[in-house]
Design a protein around this ligand. Structure first.
Ligand code: GDD
Ligand code: MN
Length: 374
């Protein structure tokens, strides 16, 4: 034990007015520099800094804990078996003590010197949401590659049009708000993907008063971006999910996309088996089994990435999935036949049957196979 008083103990003893949430994945080298900068920028504001780390292999969480021994206002929430920027931010914000919460990236790309401004706008009641914006006069994202810059602007436009958010940079990962705002929006947040700010703005029960503060998005010094195709897909899913009032979830869309891929797999397998002289009925049965197996594997990898089954649980899940899909097929044929006999067009009856089967498979897979652990 070290008996010496850590130099920043007074900060730890003060009830924080501001909680700064830093989501991290493989940012070990950025932890100390970031905390030093935050503490400098926030001198005079009682604050705590909460890192939310998804068990980064580079030991980010250990780095935060080590620093927390010196600076007790710094702590770490370590999540195991979970991934996701948005959900990390939500958990950090809900875990905070401060009435004002801010989110900032852990890779030093966000200019922390504007944090006091963001904090001030919330603290004074001038705004419900204070956003560090790249897309207002004085802000920029020059460090973006051409493609990333275009993608970012397009995504921003889509979000503004479809979700009717009235401010300029709903994709910013750098903002401040009151904790009660987060709490009011939390039950509706999709928790997937990168777009936490957009999600809060679109999910809050009442319109928020937003103020934007320009900032220049910097370049990364250490580590790499985690933005990838999956993040883009998540974003598009979020648009659909919010535009349909949550009726169509991102998970369901992924499940449905996997289902469509299953049709392709089915046809390919069917052709192969027929070519191998299997006889049609046997070939069709074989192709069905193949498609169910690839669907299960893909759903386990993508749709339920956060609750992936492994080892024995995978085998058990696969058998359960066969069972769920078999009943789904009966439901599918049942509904289609019923509609067809009620004089619907054949393709409408067919589509409705397929939709029924898809929803059935989804609901029961979600409830039984990839059940959420409580
Ligand atoms: N806990 C956790 N879990 N943190 C994550 C995860 C995750 O799955 N993925 C990324 N992070 C952390 C990173 O470690 C970093 O601190 C921060 O979230 C931002 O991630 P980057 O991978 O650096 O994202 P970016 O720089 O490409 O994207 C930034 O700009 C976007 C706007 O174009 C972020 O600020 C985004 O939020 C923003 O939308
Ligand atoms: Mn980054």
């Amino acid at each position: 034990m070290n008996d010496a008083m850590p130099p920043s103990l007074p900060m730890a003893l003060m009830a924080p007015d501001l909680t700064v949430v830093v989501p991290t994945f493989n940012e070990a080298a950025n932890v100390r520099p970031l905390v030093a900068r935050l503490d400098a920028a926030l001198a005079g504001i009682a604050h705590e800094i909460i890192f939310v780390d998804d068990n980064s292999p580079d030991g980010t969480a250990n780095e935060v804990r080590a620093l927390g021994r010196e600076k007790p206002h710094v702590r770490c929430i370590k999540r195991i078996g979970r991934r996701g920027l948005s959900s990390a931010c939500v958990e950090g914000m809900l875990a905070g003590q401060g009435p004002v919460v801010a989110v900032i990236d852990g890779d030093l790309q966000h200019d922390e010197t504007i944090l006091p401004q963001l904090f001030g706008l919330i603290r004074s009641g001038e705004a419900d949401l204070a956003v560090a914006s790249r897309y207002v006069e004085g802000g920029s994202a020059d460090s973006f590659s051409d493609a990333r810059g275009k993608g970012s602007r397009l995504a921003t436009e889509l979000a503004r049009k479809i979700l009717k958010v009235g401010f300029n940079d709903p994709m910013s990962g750098f903002f401040a708000t009151r904790r009660d705002v987060v709490e009011a929006a939390a039950p509706k947040l999709s928790s997937e993907g990168f777009k936490i700010l957009l999600d809060i703005a679109a999910s809050h029960p009442t319109p928020l008063r937003v103020r934007e503060v320009p900032f220049v998005f910097g370049t990364r010094l250490h580590g790499t971006s985690k933005m990838d195709n999956r993040v883009v897909a998540d974003f598009l899913g979020l648009l659909v999910s919010k535009a349909t009032g949550g009726l169509v979830s991102i998970r369901f869309l992924t499940f449905a996309a996997v289902g469509v891929s299953g049709v392709v797999v089915h046809l390919l397998a069917l052709r192969g088996l027929i070519a191998a002289n299997a006889g049609f009925t046997l070939a069709q049965a074989g192709a069905t089994l193949v498609a169910m197996t690839t669907n299960f594997t893909l759903n386990n990898l993508l749709t339920y990435k956060d609750r992936s089954l492994r080892g024995l649980a995978f085998a058990r899940g696969l058998l359960g999935f066969y069972a769920v899909c078999s009943v789904g097929a009966v439901a599918n044929v049942g509904v289609a036949t019923w509609l067809f006999e009620g004089n619907q067009l054949w393709w409408i009856a067919g589509l409705a049957g397929a939709a029924m089967g898809a929803v059935w498979n989804y609901v029961f897979s979600d409830l039984i196979i990839w059940r959420k652990k409580t």
